[in-house]
Design a binder for this molecule. Structure first.
Ligand code: ZN
Length: 150
């Protein structure tokens, strides 16, 4: 299993070094800010929804390697999904990170999301990994933090 842990760690570090979709997303239809006071991670997640699907997702902010890698992985994972698909994906990741059962992960099937399972071994860092996903859920909810460019 150690080889797998190394692989997961490489995936996380790779995303941290070269985050995908880092930067302001213009135009965007929804955004939210997320803050993890335990670690000091601050993320702003922006998405563009078109015809019921997420056309693009991006993020800005500062945080630890795990929070940034998780946001980067998220922007890849939710692209092209409809609301139902996004909700399912968020649920899948939160279960992976915080579920009571040790998750069965499949790198081929889940892609880089599988690497997030490695964070379970470091309980204080789990909130770093869940931050982007909670923030995405907030962005898509009907709360005042959601803004529209229309
Ligand atoms: Zn963190």
């Amino acid at each position: 299993m150690d080889d797998l842990s190394d692989l997961y760690q490489d995936i996380i570090l790779g995303h941290n070094k070269r985050p995908h979709h880092y930067g302001e997303l213009n135009p965007h239809t929804h955004e939210a800010e997320g803050y993890n006071p335990l670690c000091g991670d601050r993320l702003c997640i922006q998405v563009r929804e078109k015809d019921g699907s997420l056309e693009a997702a991006g993020f800005t902010g500062e945080g630890c390697a795990i929070s940034k890698a998780s946001a980067s992985i998220m922007t890849d994972a939710v692209k092209g999904l409809d609301r139902e698909g996004v909700a399912k994906k968020i649920g899948e990741v939160l279960e992976l990170l915080t579920g009571r059962e040790e998750p069965v992960v499949d790198l081929m099937e889940q892609g880089d999301i599988a690497a997030l399972a490695g964070v379970r071994k470091f309980p204080p860092r789990v909130k770093c990994a869940t931050l982007a996903w909670h923030t995405l859920a907030a962005a898509l909810s009907e709360e005042p933090r959601s803004v529209s460019t229309e």
